[in-house]
Design a protein around this ligand. Structure first.
Ligand SMILES: [Fe+2]
Length: 158
């Protein structure tokens, strides 16, 4: 089982990344999220330029968003998404922010894996099993890419 794996995609050019105040001026697509993570994060469209740049790396149509996480995420499984997605952290939100995967949602759960993700690196992340994001001290900003229909998103090798 792979929980988190660095993948070989290029760093996102800085000029394609919006400032936080621009990002949060857009509509929050997660505003009505009422599950465990509701209110802990917001989801925003990326610019057309960033979308086109990132889409060129994927075979299938990708859903590419900014995630702005303002509070540590309680244990959850991402709803309605593929088992893996691609994440690129723009801003870590603290020096010790860890993503932790568990074997169950129950109180008696055991930790399967912990990861301190680096900024400016692409990761393939398992989001189909219970996980948390802990130790947030500030705002964590991520670019996330997944497929539209729940199937895996394939990276084009060239
Ligand atoms: Fe998640």
């Amino acid at each position: 089982m792979i929980y988190c794996k660095q993948i070989n995609l290029p760093k996102v050019p800085l000029h394609l990344i919006d400032d936080l105040d621009v990002i949060v001026s857009r509509r929050n697509a997660a505003a009505n999220n009422s599950n465990a993570t509701g209110g802990h994060y917001a989801s925003y469209d990326v610019s057309k330029e960033l979308n086109d740049y990132l889409q060129s790396f994927f075979k299938e149509k990708a859903r590419i968003k900014y995630l702005v996480i303002s509070k540590s995420l309680p244990i959850h499984i991402d709803a309605g998404t593929p088992e893996y997605k691609y994440n690129y952290v723009i801003q870590l939100g603290g020096n010790n922010v860890e993503t932790v995967w568990y074997d169950s949602m129950n109180e008696s759960r055991s930790i399967l894996h912990k990861e301190l993700c680096d900024a400016n690196v692409w990761y393939s992340i398992s989001n189909g099993i219970p996980h948390t994001v802990n130790n947030l001290e500030g705002v964590r900003i991520i670019i996330t890419a997944k497929s539209k229909d729940g199937s895996p998103l394939t990276i084009i090798n060239n």
